[in-house]
Design a protein. Structure first.
Length: 187
């Protein structure tokens, strides 16, 4: 056996011959000739497409996690916000934190509360048919909807009590009337 003749003539089988033919690159000259016949714009386009295909494949391979590795748990910073049926007792006093008034839709600036707090609201529809008044509480750090503080189609006033320290903002959805909203924190 030599490197020029790896399999002695007497031991050659059909599989060996087939393997030697397969190792010859007969398609390379055809591919090179085809590539050279293409216009410069076509070659450029194909090269760019190949680069994007390679980048996409690499990105896909990188995004697949290894077997046996758990995804990292997602950390949520917003504390649980729960509605309370009434004001908590305890000899503390309410302190005004923020107040807004207007008509129509509004997104308030952020406000920070320490624990127990409330949303006071007044809605005055401009017609006897009523209007729409909704107040949504959002977490400021993740802009996540936390709860609905008010939902009224008729005029009136009310307070909703909440337990959950954090930084929040309100989205007011209103049409057909004037409103006033106040945030008070229990100190």
């Amino acid at each position: 056996m030599t490197t020029t003749n790896p399999v002695p003539q007497g031991l050659r089988t059909d599989d060996t011959i087939r393997m030697q033919r397969w190792l010859r690159p007969p398609t390379l000259p055809f591919a090179k000739a085809w590539w050279q016949r293409q216009a410069k714009q076509t070659r450029t386009g194909l090269a760019v497409a190949a680069v994007f295909a390679l980048a996409g494949t690499l990105s896909l391979c990188a995004s697949v996690s290894r077997p046996g590795q758990a995804d990292a748990p997602r950390v949520t910073r917003s504390a649980a916000l729960t509605q309370e049926p009434s004001a908590p007792d305890g000899g503390k006093t309410w302190a005004a934190t923020k107040a807004w008034q207007g008509n129509g839709a509004k997104e308030t600036e952020t406000f920070t509360v320490t624990g127990h707090w409330r949303v006071d609201w007044i809605f005055s529809p401009s017609s006897s048919a009523g209007g729409v008044f909704q107040v949504y509480i959002y977490s400021a750090d993740g802009r996540q909807l936390m709860n609905l503080a008010a939902n009224s189609q008729k005029g009136g006033s009310d307070s909703t009590f909440w337990a959950g320290p954090g930084t929040y903002f309100l989205k007011i959805n209103s049409s057909g009337g004037d409103w006033k909203i106040g945030i008070q924190d229990l100190h």
